[in-house]
Design a protein around this ligand. Structure first.
Ligand code: NAD
Ligand code: DAU
Length: 353
């Protein structure tokens, strides 16, 4: 039997690397092609353990480069695409929105076009899987949950670009019959997350005795999911999800930022053998993020009922595994926070203090 060829985009990033690892290890009969531009967020160190696997290849390229994308689709004839490559950080989208339109909208369209041109309407056993976010739904008030039927209402350039890409995927499905699935997931945390996002940034700051910049009053709510559980959900939807369907993925795990930061501080003090309350003293409320969404919370009952998925670890377990990983991988953290990161940190946080 010919091997199934799967293109995973953004596989050197945080979630992508967990997805690539899972597919390479669990599906020896597939060949996994990881396409990544290796932006500041892409890091091949994340995949050291599987880089020599015989069913894995790395392709260094940009999803907005039409000629390059055309050439690899012609050469490898991918049966399926799992599309994660994106600019993913809300704060960066506020300072450089165009970069988000280019990668997240145009890049997605380039991939859709090539997939369509390659298979025309010969779609048997083909699939385009687009990984998206709950931020496309905008913000919730104090109550309610996002369902698959919630209207799109994005508030940041990041979420607007992801919403737009979701619409293009759906439009290719309706117009050309392209077999797609979309998942919209809540906030992920875990090993290999770049320390621009809340949890790894605060872990790094506690380790370096740097203030913990809580935006506004810290009363913003997110629904946190351990990244390995997201990768498991992606595996399930890829294999069992229905074409032309959307599935929400969430952690059943809402936290106000300030409460989460307090739990993180307590776990860090304990693991570092520091006096209780040491990390908490670093908490500093700073100027808010413009357009800050108050609350995200996912109703994940569809994927739970139809595909049997639910998170496998509690938040306390996932957070503990995550902190241990950062403590045991000081070199990884040092490497990604040297050089350009220092400029990013200075320019992002200078105006907030
Ligand atoms: P990330 O920023 O850690 O990784 C993104 C990866 O994409 C990097 O490896 C980067 O090099 C690559 N990339 C960026 N631009 C590219 C381009 N033009 N061409 C090719 N590669 C490019 O992101 P992440 O947090 O792992 O998120 C992955 C996907 O999941 C994104 O689509 C994001 O919108 C979505 N998502 C993320 C979360 C979250 O909490 N992190 C939650 C829901 C959905
Ligand atoms: O909901 C899914 C989304 O979650 C993904 O689509 C995005 O790619 C991902 O970045 C994440 O977006 P958020 O903006 O929610 O994540 P972030 O870690 O940046 O922020 C989480 C919350 O913490 C948010 O309310 C802002 C706040 N925050 C963040 C940082 C970086 C702070 O208070 N201080 C900070 O320094």
């Amino acid at each position: 039997m010919e091997r199934k060829k799967i293109l995973i985009t953004g596989g050197a990033g945080f979630i992508g690397s967990h997805v690539v690892r899972r597919f390479v290890n669990n599906y020896p009969s597939y060949h996994i092609f990881n396409l990544d531009a290796l932006t500041y967020a892409g890091n091949l160190e994340n995949l050291k353990d599987i880089e020599t696997a015989s069913n894995y290849s790395f392709l260094h390229g940009n999803i907005t480069d039409e000629d390059y994308i055309h050439s690899i689709f012609q050469k490898h004839q991918f049966d399926a695409v799992i599309h994660l490559a994106a600019e993913s950080h809300v704060d960066r989208s506020i300072t450089d929105p165009l970069a988000f339109a280019k990668t997240n909208i145009l890049g997605t369209m380039v991939l859709l076009n090539e997939f369509k041109s390659l298979w025309k309407d010969n779609w048997k056993d083909k699939r385009f899987y687009h990984i998206s976010t709950d931020e496309v739904y905008g913000t919730l008030g104090e109550s309610g949950l996002f369902t698959e039927n919630t209207s799109y209402d994005p508030n940041s350039p990041y979420s607007a670009s992801k919403a737009s890409s979701d619409h293009f995927v759906r439009a290719y499905g309706e117009t050309y019959g392209l077999p797609y699935v979309i998942t919209n997931c809540s906030n992920n945390y875990g090993q290999h997350q770049f320390p621009e996002k809340l949890i790894p940034l605060f872990i790094n700051n506690i380790l370096t005795d740097t203030p913990l910049p809580v935006y506004g009053d810290g009363n913003y709510t997110r629904d946190w999911l351990y990244v390995v559980d997201h990768a498991i959900a992606i595996d399930l939807v890829f294999h069992k999800g229905k074409n032309h369907e959307t599935y929400n993925i969430g952690g059943f795990n809402e936290w106000k930022n300030i409460d989460l930061v307090n739990v993180l501080c307590a776990q860090m003090d304990e693991k570092l053998g520091r006096e209780k309350g040491t990390a908490e003293k670093l908490i500093t409320c700073v100027k808010d993020r413009p357009g800050h969404d108050l609350r995200y919370a996912i109703d994940a009952s569809k994927i739970n009922k139809e595909l049997g998925w639910k998170p496998s670890v509690t938040f306390e377990e996932g957070l503990s595994i995550t902190i241990d990983w950062y403590l045991n991988n000081a070199d990884w953290l040092r490497n990604v926070t040297s050089g350009e990161y220092q400029n990013y940190y200075a320019s992002t946080y200078k105006f907030r203090t």
